[in-house]
Ligand binder design. Structure first.
Ligand code: ACO
Length: 403
């Protein structure tokens, strides 16, 4: 076998793999994806089983602690999370420094990073107890901070968390409840919200998770690392796709115009891509997209929304694309983001909040991966190499001699 390290030391050879299409950066026991078969497992459990039978906090327990909780552990975990749902009152003032029309993802990058300025007693990454407290705080506070970002944008008062509600119910309450009225959520909507959180909980070494690991590899504090993950998630090629899908469906406008957009997506001279289609790993139907589509029907049904125009366009777009040789040959299937926007819009979320919900749900994945990395005895600071293509060296020219 070739000793790559020795070879590089002697000859300067190393792998060149833009976008890390075939380079493993770590060992991980958290999530498994078989992209050809469309399989997604968390700690060995199929995503379909988890989405069908668990609530989000059970999945959080599974990702973070390695096992699904028994009834006592579930109760303890829920108590621990609800204990941390409030944010420091001073942090809530932080929001008023932002413009009201700021994108809520911009606000989330800022306030999540700012957590490290408030919770000093959970920033020592070498202390396992502090690491676990940081993880609990992040899972617990993310819904509060996300709901506050929404409330700030619409000029309504912040709602304090209600610990008698489930994780998803509490988030919906803090987002859509007001102090002036008794608030009730339809259990189907709360369950749909919970399922959306489960479907986004982790997805191994994607761009945002790799960013969290890379930031964490320098032993930066966990709150700063999660803020870096939020920043990476924001892009439309990643988590920002759910927002981009809805904007695309709005732009398409009618079923009749779909062929025009399919044509554009295939045109190499046109930067347009079908948002919500394609995936680096899945070369088959994203298993999460199937569950999301079913959830979409349930939500529209309970909300009494018939003939939702975006859904009609989405279904027809999916049908046409799946039969088109370009998409077939390149194995471009709908991904998790394709249907989530339609559900979230029906629930009343503005498009700008879609990626925030993704970040909220993915926080447990990020922090579980971060934790796994810190505990890995092989852990090293992430430091990719490069192929230098610049000038090999030239004589310095003083300012007065430069033409
Ligand atoms: N529409 C049209 N063509 C596409 C699409 C698309 N959505 N996605 C990929 N292709 C084409 C590319 O043009 C490329 O063609 P080529 O080989 O002729 O050059 C080929 O398929 C492979 O695409 P890459 O960009 O090389 O694949 P990569 O694995 O790097 O990218 C990605 C994956 C970023 C998800 C891509 O499919 C994409 O941009 N999709 C749209 C955005 C999206 O939905 N992102 C969400 C991903 S899931 C998530 O993050 C939660």
């Amino acid at each position: 076998a070739i000793d790559v390290r020795k070879l590089y030391a002697e000859t300067g050879y190393f792998t060149f793999d833009p976008g890390f299409t075939s380079t493993a950066s770590c060992e991980s026991a958290i999530t498994y994806i078989d992209g050809d078969e469309g399989i997604l497992l968390h700690r060995g459990y199929a995503i379909q089983d988890l989405a069908e039978n668990c609530d989000y906090l059970e999945v959080c327990h599974l990702l973070l602690r390695g096992e699904l909780p028994n009834p006592q552990q579930k109760e303890d975990f829920e108590r621990t999370i609800t204990y941390h749902t409030m944010v420091h009152e001073q942090l809530s003032r932080f929001y008023s420094g932002f413009r009201r029309d700021a994108h809520p993802m911009a606000v989330m990058c800022g306030v999540t990073g700012a957590l490290s300025a408030f919770y000093h007693d959970s920033t020592d990454i070498l202390d396992p107890r502090q690491r676990m407290i940081a993880a609990h705080r992040l899972i617990a506070k993310m819904p509060t901070m996300a709901a506050m970002a929404y409330k700030y944008s619409v000029g309504q008062p912040f709602m304090y968390p209600r610990n008698d509600l489930s994780y998803a119910e509490n988030f919906l309450y803090m987002t859509f409840g007001t102090p002036c009225e008794a608030w009730k959520v339809d259990p189907v909507l709360a369950r749909a919200m919970d399922k959306i959180f489960i479907l986004h909980a982790d997805h191994e070494q994607n761009a945002s998770t790799s960013t969290v690991r890379l930031a964490g590899s320098s032993h930066a504090n966990p709150f700063a690392c999660i803020a870096s993950g939020i920043a990476a998630l924001w892009g439309p090629a990643h988590g920002g796709a759910n927002e981009a899908v809805l904007l695309m469906l709005e732009e398409i406008g009618s079923v009749e115009r779909i062929p025009e957009f399919i044509k554009r997506a295939k045109d190499k001279n046109d930067p347009f891509r079908l948002m919500g289609f394609g995936h680096r790993v899945y070369k088959n139907y994203d298993p999460r997209a199937k569950i999301m589509r079913q959830t979409c029907y349930e939500v529209l049904d309970v909300m009494g929304i018939k003939d939702e125009p975006h859904l009609a366009i989405a279904m027809e777009l999916e049908k046409i694309a799946l039969e088109d040789p370009y998409f077939v040959e390149k194995k471009l299937y709908p991904n998790v983001d394709f249907y989530s926007g339609i559900i979230l819009k029906a629930m009343g979320f503005p498009t700008s909040m879609f990626t925030v919900l993704f970040a909220l749900a993915r926080t447990v994945g990020w922090i579980s991966q971060w934790q796994e990395m810190i505990e890995d005895p092989q852990q090293k600071i992430g430091r990719p190499r490069q192929l230098y293509t610049g000038n090999p060296g030239r004589a310095f020219v003083p300012l007065n001699k430069r033409g």
